[in-house]
Design a protein around this ligand. Structure first.
Ligand SMILES: Nc1ncnc2c1ncn2[C@@H]1O[C@H](COP(=O)(O)OP(=O)(O)O)[C@@H](O)[C@H]1O
Ligand SMILES: [Mg+2]
Length: 236
């Protein structure tokens, strides 16, 4: 479904990606793990075309991925960015509708809004409130829901559990499972290694701009040395 080949990116003279390749098959949940600064966000931003790669190829659904961010969204690939970035001065409902900006199918949009409210009753309760008035966990739910509103075939999430209370983290991971069951493929960047490895079918380990290793979630999960050395303990 998604194939990234030999991607390079830099900021000024600093190389953030040095030839990164990855594949995601339809229906999978794939995790990208790695320490802070490894290049995980840069990788997702380059795939969604929010940042420019200096070299490399990306194909999606058997075609070369379009160059502009809105074309990428329209082709069915949506990113839920790091740090949530919801609109604080729009209501919850308005935030959700911004996720559907590329769509014209009014009935489908209405259905997806109902689906989001069923997944996150809290958002339904707070539909008329400003995004900025939500708690951190609720804002993350809103960011994910805004992604759902684009009806993506592939959803990429950048550290959705960052800074959330454990009970919220569990809820977010449950929701990811649910989104995947409903048909979307997921590419997930996470610092919470154990949780991500438990959820995913396969994972890639990034280290300073390169793919260090990959394997099934189950394989990597039992490799304590790997979890300790690359992922700094990986608390549950
Ligand atoms: N906007 C930027 N300007 C300069 N350097 C950046 C910028 N964003 C990221 N970097 C650098 O690129 C590298 C990879 O960063 P990032 O992709 O954010 O890593 P991760 O998401 O794995 O923590 C780091 O060395 C980081 O300092
Ligand atoms: Mg990051």
């Amino acid at each position: 479904m998604l194939e990234v080949r030999d991607l390079h990116a830099e900021y000024g003279g600093i190389k953030a990606l040095r030839g990164v390749s990855l594949r995601v098959e339809a229906g999978e949940i794939v995790a990208v793990l790695g320490a802070n600064g490894a290049g995980k966000s840069t990788l997702l931003n380059c795939i969604s075309r929010v940042e420019n790669a200096s070299a490399g190829r990306i194909s999606f659904m058997g075609k070369e991925l379009p160059r502009r961010p809105h074309q990428v969204v329209r082709s069915g690939l949506v990113q839920v960015p790091e740090g949530r970035r919801i609109f604080t001065h729009l209501t919850v409902r308005e935030n959700l509708m911004t996720g559907a900006y590329c769509r014209r199918d009014r009935r489908g949009i209405r259905e997806d809004l109902e689906r989001v409210y069923a997944l996150f009753p809290r958002l339904k309760e707070r539909a008329g409130q400003y995004g900025g008035h939500l708690s951190g966990g609720e804002q993350q739910m809103l960011a994910i829901s805004r992604g759902i509103m684009a009806r993506p075939s592939l959803m990429m999430l950048d550290e959705p559990s960052l800074g959330l209370a454990p009970i919220m983290v569990d809820q977010i991971f449950e929701i990811l499972k649910e989104i995947n069951r409903a048909g979307a493929t997921i590419l997930l960047v996470e610092q919470n290694a154990r949780k991500a490895l438990t959820l995913c079918s396969r994972a890639y380990i990034m280290s300073t701009g390169t793919m260090e290793r990959s394997g099934t979630g189950a394989e990597l999960l039992v490799d304590e040395a790997l979890i300790r050395s690359y992922l700094g303990g990986g608390e549950s």
